[in-house]
Ligand binder design. Structure first.
Ligand code: ADP
Ligand code: ZN
Length: 434
């Protein structure tokens, strides 16, 4: 189902001319109303009137997370205070949180974008949508809530935490859709098993998962265990919140990014040069309709690529591929670059392991060590020690082969690692590299 049939299927040439008009407009607005942008534009010698084509976007300066921190809380607002109707903040995964201000129209657009994605996964007003993302300043809960509301589905605003209770709520209300982080979904499933509630026997048929990186292997595992379609939602509070881009169930490959509101670019994170479609790099987004805090060429630090091939669902908006990691998540272990999801991918492909893992990095005598702690499934744990040792050896070998990094593997008892109701913390870096 399409929420906004005209916009979602707008032919590319019309979409691009709309983008250009909106880009010119947002540049004029930030130049006139945000001293920070006026200064930045002046520094590179560009005026809003100099934007004649989408290609001119490249000439504009980047905006970074630090700029939002430096201008905390309202320094980048482009409208007077009385037009702001909501404040949200990022979760602060990588440092001090940033605050974002929304006008009523921004909130309406956010709802529509989230709804478009949710509808593209097949959610209708017949559905009961259990939202277990945190509510509050973090955008996850209210964002998905808004989308489900727009569709007219029945919303269960469960928020994070209280895992046991949530499992029973899922059963009692007969929810058909679950929205949360992929790690929390697995935790709900585990607690369900303990409580004698098998997700496969619930009416639950769809999961909308995001807010943290997860792998294709994790998707397979979740679909099999929970008996659902596991769909990927991407978003960040700086740009709006969840729903900036979302997978459609038709193709289940790549996340449509709503280009009538956002212009995506992929750059080389080191040189800042633009990369062509298909190449992986850092996602940069320009918001072209936002009123509260419009962002020009915002560096998301998320790594992905753009797929501009037509999608079988008929939507004309480009897709971004599953987020491969964020530039600040990259671990450098004795000079080798590793992303946690690459390790996750390998762990998930081995039989007998659970999706609960943790990476512990330490420095011993000036050398980095990486310990991979991963819980085994209960059936394997009861098994002979010999098999466990073999599994450790094989994992170590596979990680070395694929990623070039030496690890120490520690298989852990089921349920021994910490569980998270929001974003999982997979990496513990004790090296003190600050
Ligand atoms: P932060 O975590 O930076 O404090 P947010 O709470 O706004 O701020 O979270 C946004 C970030 O979460 C994104 O920039 C991205 O790194 C991550 N994220 C969101 N959705 C996904 C997803 N589907 N896959 C991978 N990472 C995601
Ligand atoms: Zn599609």
């Amino acid at each position: 189902m399409l929420i906004n049939p005209k916009m979602e299927t707008l032919p590319r040439d019309e979409l691009e001319s709309l983008q250009l008009r909106r880009l010119q407009n947002v540049c004029a607005r930030v130049y006139a109303n945000v001293p920070f942008y006026r200064k930045r534009f002046d520094e590179v010698g560009i005026k809003p009137d100099d934007i004649h084509s989408l290609d001119d976007l490249k000439r504009l300066p980047f905006t970074e997370k630090q700029d939002l921190r430096d201008n905390f809380p309202f320094g980048l607002c482009a409208v007077p205070r009385e037009h702001i109707t909501r404040v949200q903040a990022s979760s602060g995964t990588t440092g001090k949180a940033v605050a974002l201000s929304y006008t009523q129209r921004d909130l309406d657009n956010w709802k529509e974008c989230a709804a478009r994605g949710m509808a593209s996964c097949g959610i209708t007003r017949q559905d009961t949508v259990h939202v277990a993302y945190g509510y509050g300043l973090f955008t996850g809960g209210l964002g998905m809530h808004g989308g489900a509301d727009y569709i007219g589905a029945m919303v269960v605003p469960a928020s994070g935490g209280a895992t046991r209770r949530q499992v029973h709520l899922l059963q009692d209300f007969g929810s058909t859709v679950l929205c949360c982080t992929p790690s929390f979904a697995m935790h709900l499933y585990e607690v369900g098993m303990e409580e004698g509630i098998d997700f496969k026997e619930l009416p639950l048929r769809l999961g909308i998962f995001g807010a943290e990186p997860w792998s294709e292997a994790m998707r397979r595992e979740m679909e099999e265990k929970l008996g659902i379609d596991a769909m990927n939602v991407y978003g960040l509070s700086e740009i709006m919140g969840p729903g900036v881009a979302m997978e459609c169930i038709h193709a289940k490959q790549g996340l449509h990014l709503w280009e009538d509101h956002f212009i995506p670019e992929i750059i080389d994170p080191v040189t800042g040069e633009n990369l062509p479609a298909g190449e992986q790099g850092e996602l940069v987004i320009t918001t072209i309709t936002k009123e509260g805090v419009p962002l020009i060429r915002y560096r998301t630090r998320d790594l992905t690529s753009i797929d501009d091939t037509p999608c079988s669902c008929g939507r004309t908006h480009v897709r971004i591929t599953r987020i491969a990691g964020r530039t600040d998540d990259m671990l450098i272990i004795r000079g080798v670059n590793v992303f946690p999801q690459q390790i996750e991918e390998i762990l998930m492909s081995s039989k007998g392991l659970s999706p609960n893992y943790q990476l512990i990095i330490e420095r011993e005598k000036d050398l980095d060590t990486l310990e991979v702690r991963v819980e085994v499934n209960s059936d394997l744990f009861a098994d002979e020690v010999r098999r466990i040792q073999d599994l450790e050896k094989n994992l170590q070998k596979t990680i070395k082969e694929y990623l070039g990094v030496t690890t120490r593997i520690r298989l852990m008892e089921p349920n021994s690692l910490e569980r998270f109701s929001g974003k999982a913390q997979r990496v513990i870096d004790k090296r003190n590299l600050a």
